[in-house]
Design a protein. Structure first.
Length: 389
C-alpha cells in the first residue's frame, strides 16, 4: 500500500520519520511522500529523514515557532488559519501514485491533537483517496490535560477520517522506563506493526510473489467499516540451534515445511497476534472486519495454516468479512499481523471519556471558583475605597 504520510505535531513527525527509516532498512516503498507539520521549530529540527522542504512550520504569527503548550484549541485554530501552507506541501505529493493519506498524531498534546482533525476534514473535501488517521493515546501518568486533550481530539478525529487506527501508550510503556527511551521503543513497535500491514503487496522485482496476495484494496476494504481499528502482531524465529544444527521450528523432523506442524504453528501465531497485546486493547468479538497478513520466508508460509487462522478469526470476531493472505519477506521470522476494524468493546476509550468528563467538571468548577474569588476581591476593594469618596 502506497501512502502519503503527514506527521502532525511532535509525536506524529517522529513516527512519520521512523516510517521513512523503516522503508530504507526493509527496502519497501510504503511512503510515497512524507510531510511534517508543527508549531514548534525545535521539533522539526530533530527529524532525520523527512526533507526540510517537506517540513511545515505553522502558527508563526501567533506562537513564534515555540509551540502551543498543550493547548489543542489553539492548535486547531492555527491549523485552520494556516491550512493553505499545509496544502502547499500536499500539492507536491504525487497523488496519482498513492492509495491513501495517513495523518499521524499524538492525541494528548496541542498541535497534533488540535490540528489533525482539521487537516483530515480539509483533505477529504479535496481528494477522493481515503484519509486515515493514526492516533497515539497518552499514558495515564502523563497528566490530566493530556487525557482531556486526547478525549476531545479522539471524538473529533474519528469523525473526520475514514478510519482511525489507534495505538495506546498506556498499554506499552514499561515500568521504570525513562520517557525518552520508552517512547523510542513505542515508536519502533508502531512502525513494525503497521509496516507489515501497509507493506503487504508492495513487492520489489527481486522478491517472490505471494500465493494469496494481500494488496492495497484488501486493506482499504477492511478499513472501509470506519470507526476505530487496532492491530495485533506476533512473530517467531524460523530457526533455532538444536542437536542436529540449525533446525526450523516450522519444519517437521523429516524437513517437510508443508507439514501439520507448520500449519499448527501458523495458526498459533494468528491466535497470539489477535489475543495478545493489541495496539489498542479490546475485545475482538464484534469487530466489523478483519485482515490477516502472515509474513516471512515463502517456504514457511503455509497456505493451509493461513486459511485456518482466517477461519478462526471469523469465529472469534463473528464477522464474515475476514480477509487474509501471505507476504513473502527475506527475514528470519514468520510473523502474523491482524488488523481488526470497527471494534466497539474498548475499555480504554470508555475510561478516557470518563476521565475527560471528570476533568472538564473540575475545570468548570475551578473557573467558577476563580470568577467568584475575583468578584469577592473586587467587592472588597470597593468597600475599602468607599469611605474615601
Amino acid at each position: 500500500m502506497k501512502l502519503a504520510m503527514i506527521g502532525f505535531g511532535q509525536a506524529g513527525g517522529k513516527i512519520a520519520d521512523k516510517f521513512l527509516e523503516y522503508d530504507q532498512v526493509t527496502d519497501s516503498s510504503i511512503v510515497q511522500s512524507a510531510i511534517a507539520v508543527n508549531t514548534a521549530e525545535a521539533d522539526l529540527l530533530g527529524l532525520e529523514y523527512i526533507p526540510s522542504e517537506n517540513q511545515v512550520l505553522i502558527g508563526q504569527a501567533r506562537v513564534k515557532g515555540h509551540g502551543v503548550g498543550a493547548d489543542n484549541e489553539l492548535g486547531a485554530e492555527i491549523a485552520e488559519e494556516d491550512i493553505d501552507e499545509i496544502q502547499d506541501a500536499v500539492d507536491n505529493v504525487p497523488v496519482h501514485e498513492i492509495d491513501a493519506f495517513l495523518i499521524i498524531a499524538g492525541l494528548g498534546g496541542g498541535t497534533g491533537s488540535g490540528g489533525s482533525p482539521v487537516l483530515a476534514k480539509h483533505l477529504k473535501r479535496i481528494y477522493t483517496e481515503p484519509v486515515y488517521g493514526l492516533g497515539i493515546l497518552p499514558g495515564s501518568d502523563e497528566g490530566g490535560i493530556y487525557t482531556l486533550n486526547a478525549a476531545r481530539s479522539f471524538k473529533t478525529f474519528v469523525q473526520e477520517v475514514d478510519n482511525l487506527l489507534v495505538f495506546d501508550n498506556d498499554a506499552w510503556r514499561k515500568t521504570g522506563e525513562s520517557v525518552e527511551s520508552g517512547y523510542d521503543q513505542i515508536n519502533e513497535e508502531i512502525v513494525r506493526r503497521f509496516g507489515v500491514l501497509f507493506g503487504a503487496g508492495e513487492v520489489s522485482s527481486r522478491e517472490e510473489v505471494a500465493e494469496s496476495v494481500v494488496d492495497s484494496s484488501e486493506v482499504i476494504n477492511t478499513l472501509a467499516s470506519g470507526g476505530v481499528s487496532t492491530v495485533g502482531y506476533d512473530a517467531e524465529e524460523v530457526r533455532e540451534y538444536g542437536s542436529g544444527g540449525l533446525l526450523s521450528r516450522f519444519r517437521s523432523n523429516s524437513g517437510d515445511a508443508d507439514s501439520a506442524n507448520t500449519t499448527n504453528r501458523i495458526t498459533s501465531l494468528v491466535r497470539k497476534a489477535a489475543l495478545g497485546r493489541l495496539t489498542l486493547p479490546c475485545e475482538i468479538q464484534g469487530a466489523e472486519r478483519a485482515l490477516l497478513v502472515v509474513s516471512g520466508p515463502s517456504k514457511y508460509l503455509n497456505r493451509k495454516g493461513i486459511e485456518r487462522g482466517r477461519k478462526w478469526l471469523e469465529e472469534q470476531t463473528g464477522s464474515m468479512e475476514v480477509r487474509g493472505g501471505d507476504y513473502p519477506l527475506d527475514e528470519p521470522n514468520v510473523a502474523s499481523s491482524v488488523l481488526l476494524s470497527g471494534v466497539h468493546d474498548v475499555p480504554r476509550i470508555k475510561e478516557l471519556q470518563q476521565v475527560a468528563i471528570e476533568a472538564q467538571d473540575n475545570i468548570d468548577n475551578i473557573e467558577q471558583e476563580s470568577e467568584e474569588n475575583l468578584e469577592s476581591l473586587v467587592q472588597d476593594q470597593d468597600d475599602e475605597l468607599d469611605p474615601l469618596f
